[in-house]
Design a protein around this ligand. Sequence first.
Ligand SMILES: Cc1ncc(COP(=O)(O)O)c(C=O)c1O
Length: 417
Amino acid sequence: MNLRTTDFAFMEQAAQQDADDALGHYREQFNLPEGLIYLDGNSLGPLPKSVPPAMHRLLNDEWGDQLIGGWNQSDWIGLPERLGARIAHVLGAQPHEVIACDSISVNLIKLIALALQAAAPRTKVLMEEGQFPTDGYVAAGLARLMGETRMTLHTVPRSALSEALDDETAVIVLSHVHYVSSEKFDLKEWTSRAHDQGALVIWDLAHSAGVMPLELGSAGVDFATGCTYKFLCGGPGGPSFVYAADRLLNQFSQPLWGWMGHQDPFAFAHDYEPAEGARQFLTGTPSILAMTAAYASLALFLDLDLNAVQSKSRALTGRLIEGVAERGLDLKLATPRAPADRGSHVSFRHPSAYAIVQAMIEHGVIGDFRAPDILRFGIHPLVNGYQDIARCLTILQEVLEQAQYKAPRFSERQRVT
Ligand SMILES: Cc1ncc(COP(=O)(O)O)c(C=O)c1O
């Protein structure tokens, strides 16, 4: 990387800002390769240093020594709830309202089907066009299974959502922060709008859990799901979670009946009786390996001031947006400029977005690409600092102005982008 004079001043200022950062010490709690600028915590959070020892304990002391006894002695059986309680803290929910299980895709099936029972006889499920594909896929698959008399799926552009949310709507399913644009819904306002129409709301919190205060309880949210593998740093394939408001927990049951959601799995009863509370959202055997990693990571979030995290996220995303504009880089901003309207990633459009991302990776700056033309940079306020943004901007400028991305090797597509 060749630094120009203006870059030196910029870097010096960034170094001072990092030194003054009240959250700066969190970076020490993560294992990150030396010199790497990791701007992909919105896809896969980095590895907290607390995770390897926790996994070591699980493998050696628990699985290795206790074997099957680990389910009782190490309370593996209670881990989905214990992890749920830690996640609840991040969500502004009560500990018993959250449980860790499955993936967002599977949990959305449970929640939409349950919400339809709660909102009967209404059948209309409202979603936004262009939200993360899995949300739309599972809703469409469920609609096909249930048939028109029990579920009708309405997918409309964001601009038409207000009008489409009417007194026939059973439930509206929204991604709090859009995976491409980073546009953020006002969670409280849209929850109230749904309630004003007598509808329920399900939030997909994939891109917001861990980087902003959520206050699901005081916002009156009915249901939510999200993942631990992004900003919560629970590891690749880390478990998802389900939140259901206390008032709705025991009234209706989710449809994926499995033995772990039974009120007494070890009675091996013939008939299904859902467990009390959030435990009914379990279906099969929880992945103790994955949950142990996420449980260790979530300890980092227990004393965290999520307002401070959000302020830092807004400052760093803002710095990136301004930096691209100041340098006149040939990129089209795809993220809201107003800090309150965006989450913790910034996206730009460019016809060669994939190649640019690959060229940046070769320089040690990890962002990602989303088809067809998006470069996406995720800011994790516990890990990233002002110097990361400054260096990212310098390299971005170099890659674009020297057309480095045009080298053929940067256009070879890998399976995961
Ligand atoms: C908004 C959103 N929802 C859902 C998912 C995927 O959910 P899962 O793989 O846990 O089913 C993602 C993945 O990035 C996402 O961004």
